[in-house]
Design a protein around this ligand. Structure first.
Ligand SMILES: [Zn+2]
Length: 418
């Protein structure tokens, strides 16, 4: 059996470190990819609802739900009088000759037209696929599949970014569907835990939507529990930084929510920008973030970088998403390598895997292993960080950590030493 260093060297010799290798299906058959797939990763701390399942499983999910149809312009709709003429369910699409690859072209960033603004295409995918979990029953089934998939790749804890739209009753119904999914998953994976980071958007033209989403976040935090534990752990505000309102617009309200609801944590998307001329990371720091979502541009702001290092704020790094959205063309140039080396704690996360990637999280580890030429020990530290910097309460964190240490030892013995 090959050692880790051999697998890494072989991969780099064949595929290099440019993000283009993600489109080469050959990489998914390499010993390094297979190795990283079965590696006990611990947790994924940054994944968005409802954009997680790999495309083959996404297609399978739709096939099992004929109540969801696909319109002629590739939008997923819940069946009803509103579904346009010509809509077909997934079973019919497949019978008509469409394949998983066809859906990968229309429903992932990989299919974005050249020379376009990729964020436009990306947001178009949300419009096409955003209705995949239209009812609590669909939420329950989707997340049962999501968590079982994570379990199959050595992840036992998920921190999911989820907005809670609608009335408080709607919000509660979605949250209770997560709890039912969790109960189903625990029959197979008894250790599995799920935390929700409740989100609002920075681009809401109608400002009261922000307040509604945050009111729902607090409502769910107080009223929906996983046994004795909170389901909602934190809040966040998301969207394309270059075309959204600044965090400054929400700063006072974020502070107020945190003061009124002690125990609720904060992680904000900031520093995910093609330009380097805004205050987003500093504002996030002023708001009192416990973790930083992306922070890609941190190197542009030395004072903020110093503060992140001194406070030991963990950065949620999503390399595949960064590459697909055009922030970084070559993984060896991804700035988080330097953040990690300077002592800032970082974790590797998947962001919107369903819309970006071939699979969930494994490709993100692959990107940094080859791009940053990680040692086996550095790789271990990244996995360990995903548990250490999660929002789990100490008792659950200890449990997860002792499971992971055992798994890692077995993984190590079965690979490196043989
Ligand atoms: Zn994100």
């Amino acid at each position: 059996m090959m050692t880790f260093e051999q697998m890494k060297a072989d991969f780099k010799a064949k595929f290099g470190t440019s993000f283009d290798f993600l489109k080469d299906t050959g990489i998914y058959e390499t010993p390094l990819y297979k190795f990283l797939e079965r590696m006990p990763k611990g947790a994924d701390l940054h994944a968005h609802a409802d954009a997680i399942l790999p495309m083959d499983l996404q297609v399978e999910f739709l096939k099992d739900h004929p109540e969801l149809v696909i319109t002629p312009d590739w939008q997923i709709r819940f069946i009803g009088p509103g579904a346009p003429y010509g809509s077909r369910n997934m079973k019919e699409c497949l019978e008509d000759g469409l394949t998983v690859d066809d859906f990968r072209r229309v429903w992932t960033v990989g299919g974005a037209p050249r020379n376009g603004y990729v964020w436009d295409w990306f947001e178009g995918i949300f419009t096409k696929c955003g209705a995949i979990c239209t009812t609590p029953a669909l939420v329950q089934d989707y997340y049962t599949r999501v968590m079982l998939y994570y379990h199959s790749i050595g992840v036992e804890h998920l921190e999911l970014r989820s907005p809670f739209f609608g009335t408080r009753e709607d919000a509660q119904a979605r949250a209770e569907a997560y709890i039912r999914a969790l109960a189903a998953v625990r029959k197979v994976a008894p250790l599995f835990t799920l935390s929700i980071v409740a989100c609002a958007g920075k681009n809401d033209a109608w400002d009261p939507l922000f307040d509604l989403l945050m009111d729902n976040a607090v409502w769910v935090w107080k009223n929906v529990k996983d046994g004795d534990y909170d389901l909602v752990k934190a809040i966040d505000i998301v969207n394309d930084e270059d075309r959204s309102y600044s965090l400054a617009r929400y700063e006072d309200r974020i502070r107020k929510i945190l003061v009124e609801n002690p125990g609720l944590r904060l992680t904000l998307h900031a520093g995910e920008s093609l330009r380097g001329e805004n205050e987003e990371i500093s504002i996030a720091l002023r708001c009192g973030i416990n973790r930083l979502g992306h922070g890609f541009n941190l190197f542009r702001y030395p004072d903020a970088e110093k503060a992140v290092l001194e406070k030991g704020i963990c950065m949620e790094i999503c390399p595949v998403s960064n590459a697909m959205l055009g922030y970084c063309r070559d993984f060896s140039q991804h700035p988080a390598k330097r953040y990690m080396e300077s002592g800032i704690p970082i974790v590797i996360c998947s962001d919107d895997a369903a819309y970006q990637a071939h699979s969930v999280l494994t490709g993100d580890y692959l990107a940094v292993v080859v791009g940053w030429d990680l040692s086996f020990k550095q790789l271990r530290n990244l996995c360990r960080n995903s548990i250490e910097y999660s929002f789990l309460i100490p008792e659950r964190k200890r449990k997860l950590m002792s499971w992971w240490k055992k798994e890692w030892t077995a993984f190590y013995n079965s690979s490196e030493n043989s």
